[in-house]
Design a protein around this ligand. Structure first.
Ligand code: NOJ
Length: 740
């Protein structure tokens, strides 16, 4: 054997060994990439919105110029577009069809914020599963959900799409949704690739104004905004989406630190990263790129694999490679990420769908949507009025949301059909109309209605009734993307409606159907009972009817703080203590005239709002009552790598069998960086029969006690820790232990 032959033999063996280490998908991807022209590679990175079966689209598909289409929902068009891509393009690479299937496709579940109020991640998982089963039946194999942006600003319209203000609750719910969308196996024809969005910090938009700039120090980014994304990676999310905002001056679509250093290098994410809609070209408007070509270069360098609707890649990448600005290798990496998702979805084997006309509104989907809406409602107040007993013979059902099918879907319900929604008025009439006389009189036609003529009729109806149910809140259009509000009180004349109803002296049950926390202190004071129901989806009506009449006992807890006034924002439970915690508040009207400057005490509060919100995170009542025992710890000291158990006995001391969400909070009272006054670290939703007690145990280890330090290390600092097991983020008594 010549030296050359030996060398070739060795090289072949080495290559073979390397290939053996690779899984078969990677080998297929290698082969495909080796056959692709640069144009075809860039085509895979191009996502376009559906244009039906236009000649232009057909042509682009044949030429391999499109990798994905979003917003096409006609199964026949989807199948035909897919056929062209698979049969008529040179390399037969299938398309991936995407859509915002956020809280249901046809059967609509409560908005994500409402689902999070259930504190039951199984509900989110089931909701996502049902959404996937319905949406995949028309060929949508990629959803742009879950949105796992921690959201602490109720002015921000997208708080509706979030799981609220807490990193842990958001992580648990986001992971559950990923599991639900993706099912047991991504390649199953009824599984959809999930997309954790918006990476990252989008919820921190200044002033709660969508797309706005954010300024987030690294420790806060990692402690607050990133954990839910990491949880999505751990749950196997197939794709990620960049956020629109800039963080500290760098838009996410050009953010190498986020998309490469953290997502790829630290977290080892091997799925696909898509830009948000046009977010690559928006780098021009952000003021970091002079033109689309530069934006394209920035985005690919930052690791954005697919360009959603900016046409930046398809227009400029080839030239950028030819000019040597961008290497083809970096393009191959992105194409690899895209093809990997397509392979994982089984699209190469099964590109088409068999239309299934029975996929929507299955009885089990409807039942699950009703259950989700029941569990999502939070009872904020109850002066012995709910559940309504038989002494109330005549019930007035008023308010602009009482019979507004479209509005109860909430944001992101493109594919929902109002004819399938059951409104509160319809449900109450159908389900309870035999036992009670129901008088429906909306008072206002829609939530922003400023015409007072209907109010007189509603008052007249109230006068004839024994109790008034007011369904107030916001229309769906007032929350969601780009639908932010600076005034988050009830819109239109709803406040006037409630005041007029109050004057009748009839007991009032206020039901809020909204996409965000609203500032409704006065309206709560005017009501005898208040249920916060968010936008409850298709089955909001029957769920609320059963809650009001006591067939179902409320068990939701707030996933987000409700402020008293908009000026308190940002207001969230996990705040820092400050050097002068708020005490001895003096309300503005109690300040004596002409007093000395420092006589008010110089602590941290608002003269006109104190320092407490209206309702804290984790808060929610039941028709029953619960008593918590003192927390017991298994040890007073935790070893560095050890664990301790905290336990508490919860007793149902009321008359109803009911569910309670038991919450675990910790605090590190002395650390090198000031830490939040409490942080949620665990929770369990339990069912207790009337009179029954259960002992709930939580294991705590040092990883739960740690935080990010300025040198980018995460660890728990030795010393004292406080623990609460409580019914919300403000109650309970702390016990402490020491970490060695
Ligand atoms: C923009 C939104 O920010 C994003 O959440 C959504 O998925 C895309 N548009 C696609 O519709």
């Amino acid at each position: 054997m010549t030296k050359k032959t030996v060398f070739i033999l060795m090289l072949t063996t080495l290559l073979f060994a390397c290939q053996k280490g690779k899984d078969s998908t990677e080998i297929k991807i290698d082969k495909l990439i080796s056959e692709m022209t640069l144009d075809e590679k860039i085509g895979q990175m191009n996502q376009l919105t559906g244009m039906g079966l236009s000649d232009d689209m057909k042509e682009q598909l044949k030429n391999g110029r499109v990798g994905s289409i979003l917003n096409e929902v006609d199964v026949n068009i989807i199948n035909e577009l897919q056929r062209i891509a698979v049969e008529e393009s040179r390399l037969h690479i299938p398309l991936i069809f995407g859509r915002d299937v956020i809280h249901g496709y046809k059967t609509i579940f409560p908005i994500p914020l409402g689902q999070a109020a259930s504190w039951d991640p199984k509900i989110a998982e089931t909701g996502a599963r049902i959404a996937a089963e319905e949406a995949t039946s028309v060929g949508i194999r990629w959803t742009f959900a879950p949105m796992v942006d921690v959201s602490r600003d109720p002015r921000w319209g997208r708080i509706a799409e979030s799981c609220g203000e807490d990193p842990y609750l958001t992580s648990v719910f986001g992971a559950a949704m990923v599991k639900g969308f993706q099912g047991d196996k991504l390649s199953d024809s009824n599984s959809m690739a999930a997309c954790a969005k918006h990476f990252a910090g989008y919820g921190a938009a200044e002033a709660g104004k969508d797309y706005n700039t954010t300024w987030i120090p690294d420790v806060q980014l990692r402690d607050v905004y990133l954990p839910s994304f990491k949880a999505a990676v751990d749950a196997g999310a197939a794709t990620f989406m960049c956020s629109f905002n800039d963080i500290n001056g760098v838009p996410s679509s050009g953010n190498k630190y986020l998309n490469r250093d953290i997502l790829r290098d630290e977290w080892k994410f091997d799925g696909m990263l898509v830009s948000d809609w046009g977010s690559i070209d928006q780098m021009i408007s952000h003021g970091v790129s002079a033109n689309l070509k530069n934006a394209a270069a920035k985005a690919i360098e930052a690791g954005v694999d697919m360009d959603m609707m900016a046409l930046a890649y398809i227009t400029h990448l080839k030239k950028l490679v030819e000019e040597g600005v961008i290497s083809e290798k970096i393009i191959d990496e992105s194409v690899r990420n895209i093809l990997r998702v397509k392979f994982r979805l089984g699209l190469f084997e099964n590109p088409n769908v068999k239309p299934d006309s029975n996929a929507f509104y299955k009885p089990e989907a409807i039942a699950a949507a009703k259950y989700a809406a029941e569990e999502s409602a939070v009872l904020l107040k109850n002066n012995n009025l709910l559940p309504l007993g038989s002494s109330f013979k005549t019930v007035a059902v008023v308010g602009p949301l009482a019979d507004a099918a479209l509005e109860q879907f909430g944001t992101w319900s493109f594919d929902a059909e109002p004819a399938h929604a059951v409104t509160p008025l319809k449900a109450i009439t159908d389900m309870y109309g035999k036992q009670y006389k129901i008088i429906g009189e909306p008072g206002l036609v829609f939530s922003r209605d400023s015409n007072a003529t209907g109010i007189t009729k509603a008052v007249a109806a109230a006068k004839k009734a024994d109790v008034v149910l007011v369904f107030a809140g916001e229309e769906a259009i007032l929350s969601g993307e780009a639908h932010c509000r600076a005034d988050i009180s009830l819109p239109g004349l709803q406040n006037q409606l409630i005041s007029e109803l109050k004057k009748t002296g009839k007991p009032i049950v206020l039901v809020i159907m909204a996409g965000r926390p609203l500032t409704i202190e006065k309206q709560i004071n005017e009501s005898n009972a208040v249920l916060y129901a968010f936008h409850g989806g298709t089955m909001a009506g029957p769920a609320l009817a059963d809650l009001i009449f006591g067939k179902v006992i409320p068990s939701g807890k707030l996933p987000v703080t409700i402020p008293r006034m908009v000026g308190q924002i940002p207001v969230y439970y996990a705040h820092k203590m400050t050097g002068r915690p708020g005490t001895n508040f003096v309300t503005i009207d109690k300040i004596p005239i002409g007093v000395f400057q420092t006589s008010l005490g110089n602590t941290s509060f608002h003269l006109d709002a104190g320092d407490k919100p209206l309702y804290p995170f984790g808060y929610g009542l039941s028709y029953s009552t619960f008593e918590y025992s003192k927390v017991k710890l298994s040890a007073k000291t935790m070893e560095k790598n050890g664990k301790i158990t905290a336990e508490c006995t919860v007793k149902n001391t009321g008359k109803f069998d009911a569910k309670e969400v038991v919450q675990l909070y910790v605090r590190d009272p002395v650390a090198s960086l000031a830490r939040p006054v409490r942080e949620l670290k665990g929770f369990e939703k339990i069912l207790l029969k009337a009179g029954e007690s259960k002992t709930i145990k939580f294991e705590i280890d040092a990883t739960q006690l740690g935080f990010w330090h300025e040198d980018k290390t995460y660890y728990a600092e030795p010393g004292e820790f406080q623990v609460w097991i409580s019914k919300d983020s403000q109650s309970g008594e702390a016990v402490s232990f020491k970490l060695k």
